[in-house]
Design a protein around this ligand. Structure first.
Ligand code: KPL
Length: 300
């Protein structure tokens, strides 16, 4: 089986490793010819994991390559999902398999509406990895990945993924898992960006902790109204546990803001606020976080 990966960031490269070690061919779809030229070595990824090093060989392509695509993994930033998929759409074979693996919500539905006749899955992962350079990847943790179909007549997991050496949890209904990840991201990401602090520092200060708890209560209200049961424990407890376990990490949103990149606030807190509005629920804390991070994010 041959998989094309759209989005050669840390998660895209990590899946290039997982898929290729499971015996699949992998093509990385780079943004354009300039990015292609910037790749230092032809399609070789250097992976470091637990002190061990290995190499993965991928084909490199740009979206305008002619070959058709049967199996596509989308690992772009959440806000790029739809436009990236639209750019590649003429290359998709009828009935192609498309897997979406991103933070945030809303973009998955937009892709399903755009791609008629394709089988689409959404996944959410706790895997951690970072890129030292474009082709040098550090895998910190393979984490847990939940995956489930978004389209009818689609099996629980994409073909060939049972061979991946990761903790993969196929499920019939992926929505609760997407909500759980969204809820944790709503609780941690905007606050770390606002206070310019690592995840763990949200717990070290009473005022920040209180703000996190109020954020969490609003998120729970909206999730409940949407028919989603988040966790057995209150969200504030789960979010505090994640912030503590990832204490020294800089959240993805804080990293985006620090680097002057666009953030995923619209797909995280923005989605939550849109859902709240549909349900007629007031979420003043999340609304003010949305405004604050919007003001810090560069416009597209
Ligand atoms: O997923 C994350 C992110 O940074 O986007 C958390 C859970 C907050 C870990 O940093």
């Amino acid at each position: 089986m041959h998989w094309h990966i759209l989005g050669a960031g840390a998660i895209g490269c990590l899946w290039a490793d997982f898929l290729s070690r499971a015996g699949h061919g992998v093509s990385l779809l780079l943004r354009n010819h300039t990015t292609l030229r910037q790749w230092p070595r032809d399609g070789v990824l250097d992976i470091t994991e637990a002190g061990q090093q290995r190499q993965v060989h991928c084909q490199l392509e740009t979206p305008d390559t002619a070959a058709t695509i049967r199996h596509l993994l989308v690992a772009t930033k959440a806000y790029d999902t739809l436009s990236a998929v639209e750019a590649i759409q003429p290359r998709l074979q009828p009935g192609a398999d498309v897997v979406l693996l991103q933070n945030g919500m809303g973009q998955q539905q937009a892709v399903v509406e755009r791609l008629h006749g394709c089988r689409v899955w959404a996944g959410t992962t706790t895997a951690g990895a970072w890129l030292e350079t474009r082709h040098r990847l550090h895998c910190v943790s393979r984490g847990d990945t939940h995956i489930g179909p978004l389209t009818a007549h689609t099996p629980e997991q994409p073909p060939g993924w049972n061979a991946l050496a990761i903790a993969l949890h196929p499920c019939t209904d992926i929505q609760p898992h997407l909500w759980r990840k969204l809820a944790i991201n709503c609780a941690i990401n905007p606050l770390t960006a606002l206070f310019d602090c690592p995840n763990g520092d949200l717990l070290a200060d009473t005022a920040r902790l209180e703000l996190m708890q109020r954020t969490c209560r609003e998120v729970e209200q909206v999730a409940t109204a949407a028919g989603i049961r988040l966790f057995d424990a209150p969200l504030a407890e789960r979010a505090a546990a994640v912030a503590s376990a990832t204490g020294k990490n800089l959240s993805s949103m804080l990293q985006d803001i620090r680097h002057g990149r666009r953030s995923e606030i619209e797909q995280i807190t923005g989605f939550l606020c849109r859902q709240a509005q549909l349900q007629g629920i007031d979420v003043p804390v999340n609304q003010s976080l949305l405004q604050a991070i919007r003001a810090m994010s560069p416009k597209d």
